[in-house]
Design a protein around this ligand. Structure first.
Ligand code: ADP
Ligand code: AMP
Length: 215
């Protein structure tokens, strides 16, 4: 099964993707994570992407679609894909169709996380992750059970993203509204979109997504 998690920054895509990975053994394909890894490694893609990401703007369609194609090739045909943060523009949606078709995959569901934008700045400015395993946390909404220790791997180091500041978040939301939200009708026309209330408790959001996947 291949699915897209769609929603503005802070909607809960990464949180829910991590849970689906644990439950179903699917693979999370986050272009944001791939780009951050490229920036950290100082690759040519990373060098191109760094300033764009810091500004909250979108990296070129060619770069992100190439990353997705490579990642799908590396994971083998039997594993389902969760697209998180991709596609984000109409050309990326077209590329994804080509990428999937050429690999004998099809798109089963698009889950739209429906959220109130006013809540997103708080979600994003309070977000942090385990530096060792990448598990996501939040200052208010999801703290480790033992303060300073990751629930998943026991790590003690945590990190925050440089673009998770209020000013950049506003640009990222504007980019979502202008370029990403308009791709929804493409999938609506295929009858594969389910809207899920992303303002609900994390566990309720997970249950709603699982119900779609198991329907
Ligand atoms: P995205 O991947 O869509 O940008 P995240 O999954 O990283 O969003 O979520 C952003 C922040 O909001 C994280 O710190 C996460 O812990 C928190 N969060 C996610 N879903 C919820 C929810 N349903 N209620 C409250 N906080 C949430
Ligand atoms: P994310 O981790 O999804 O919040 O993405 C962080 C940043 O990476 C975005 O603000 C963009 O600059 C860049 N990015 C991630 N995915 C894409 C994509 N599909 N298209 C263009 N830029 C992207």
């Amino acid at each position: 099964m291949n699915i897209i998690l769609l929603g503005p920054p802070g909607a809960g895509k990464g949180t829910q993707a991590q849970r689906l990975v644990e439950k179903y053994g699917m693979r999370q394909l986050s272009t944001g994570d791939m780009l951050r890894a490229a920036v950290k490694a100082g690759t040519p893609v990373g060098l191109k992407a760094k300033a764009v990401m810091e500004a909250g703007e979108l990296v070129s369609d060619e770069i992100v679609s190439a990353l997705i194609g490579d990642e799908l090739d590396a994971m083998g045909p039997a594993v389902g894909a969760i697209f998180d943060g991709y596609p984000r523009t109409a050309p990326q949606a077209v590329s994804l169709d080509e990428i999937l078709t050429s690999r004998n995959r099809s798109l089963d569901h698009v889950i739209e996380l429906d959220v109130n934008e006013d809540a997103l700045v708080e979600r994003i400015t309070g977000r942090y992750t385990c530096a060792t395993c990448g598990k996501g946390y939040h200052d208010t909404f999801e703290q480790p059970k033992v303060a300073g220790t990751c629930d998943k791997c026991g790590g003690h180091e945590f990190k925050r993203r440089p673009d998770d500041n209020e000013q950049t978040v506003r640009t990222r939301m504007a980019e979502y509204r202008a370029k990403t939200a308009p791709i929804l009708p493409i999938y609506d026309a295929r009858g594969i979109v389910t809207r899920v209330d992303g303002m609900a408790d994390m566990d309720d959001v997970t249950a709603a997504i699982e119900a779609v996947l198991e329907s």
